[in-house]
Design a protein around this ligand. Structure first.
Ligand SMILES: NC(=O)c1ccc[n+]([C@@H]2O[C@H](COP(=O)([O-])OP(=O)(O)OC[C@H]3O[C@@H](n4cnc5c(N)ncnc54)[C@H](O)[C@@H]3O)[C@@H](O)[C@H]2O)c1
Length: 318
């Protein structure tokens, strides 16, 4: 019997896949304290993992573990060296969420640009006639956008941008120009020059030593005063204190963040009180549809692995 530990529950349609199979047993745990998990990991063959940290200590307490199936596509919560050393593979739910995150980017861009919250508030508070005094909002139509990182999410986002007739520029040194052109974008090489001209910037690359603090005060100070930056990727790529300063000094118009350097962010993080920033609590994928797809894919990846048919593209190259 193959034993699966589900660390924090997944959608019931994922669990149903395990219920249907005679080869698997499973246990769902919500407690993520190290000692508790260590006791559960002793005889596990596979785990399903959401966003909690999976440390060297936990990996070393799981002698039978063969696969860490991430419920998502990021894997910065796993100690990769320890996993590699023990030849444990990490799989991701690469088919489930690109369209959902790209939709969240549009939700943020439209909300910030069109001032939705102010409109809604004015009507509900009986200030309908204040419409004349509200600041005019901004259109996305025919504006420029720089997509930074052109993987699964970037490639989905461009389709939505083209639908809005936006001028799409792409910064991703690892993606061929032909692929970008075929989808209607233009590849750029000089990130620092191009970002100065952009109306919108949306970040879709992983957090690495290279991308950490990529968007800092030096870069923000060169951007257009009416520009808007969105980060649904990973906290830390946009420096939060620098962003707060740039917004307060009017260097840029607004920002949307779904991810933070520290999650949850400190209650005294100044961005939490900044009216020019629109925040969501790492919920870009939190739709009914995506949650179901991700739950199923997370579990199916485990089943496929043990049946020797897991698609290679879903395995993280360590
Ligand atoms: N907010 C959320 O809930 C949420 C959900 C899904 C994914 N994410 C995050 O979004 C990011 C993108 O996800 P994806 O599925 O599109 O990943 P992906 O691996 O398909 O694409 C990432 C792209 O970034 C590019 N890249 C890497 N380093 C770069 C650099 N220094 N400069 C420019 N480009 C670089 C790669 O070439 C690749 O094309 C990941 O960091 C992921 O963790 C967040």
């Amino acid at each position: 019997m193959i034993k699966v530990l589900i660390i924090k529950n997944v959608h019931k349609s994922g669990i149903e896949l395990l219920n249907k199979s005679k080869d698997f047993s499973y246990e769902i745990v919500e407690n993520i304290e190290t000692d508790f998990l260590k006791s559960k990991l002793k005889d596990c063959d596979a785990i399903s993992l959401r966003t909690s940290k999976f440390t060297k200590e936990l990996i070393e307490s799981a002698p039978k573990l063969k696969i860490i199936s991430r419920h998502g596509v990021g894997y910065d919560n796993v100690d990769l060296n320890a996993a590699k050393k023990k030849k444990i593979i990490i799989s991701i739910t690469s088919n489930s969420l690109a369209a959902t995150v790209a939709e969240h980017v549009f939700f943020m861009m439209l909300n910030i640009s069109r001032g939705l919250d102010a409109y809604d508030k004015s009507v509900k508070e009986g200030n309908f006639s204040s419409r004349k005094n509200l600041a005019l909002s901004k259109e996305l139509w025919k504006k420029s956008i720089l997509i930074v990182g052109f993987g699964r999410i970037g490639k989905n986002l461009i389709k939505k941008c083209i639908g809005f007739e936006m001028d799409v520029l792409v910064y991703d040194p690892y993606v061929d120009e032909k692929i970008i052109n075929e989808l209607g974008g233009k590849k750029i090489n000089d990130f620092y020059e191009v970002i100065k001209e952009m109306d919108y910037v949306s970040i879709h690359m992983p957090l690495t030593e290279k991308s950490k603090n990529l968007i800092n005060i030096k870069v923000l100070s060169t951007m257009k005063k009416n520009s808007i930056i969105i980060n649904t990727s990973r906290g830390g790529i946009v420096n939060e204190m620098d962003l707060n300063e740039a917004l307060n000094k009017g260097m840029i118009f607004g920002a949307g963040l779904d991810v933070f350097e520290k999650e949850p962010p400190d209650i005294n993080n100044p961005l939490l009180k900044n009216k020019r920033v629109f925040l969501s609590p790492h919920t870009s994928t939190f739709t009914e549809e995506c949650t179901e797809r991700m739950g199923k894919e997370t579990i199916q990846n485990i089943i496929d692995f043990f049946q020797n048919k897991l698609d290679q593209s879903k395995i993280v190259k360590l």
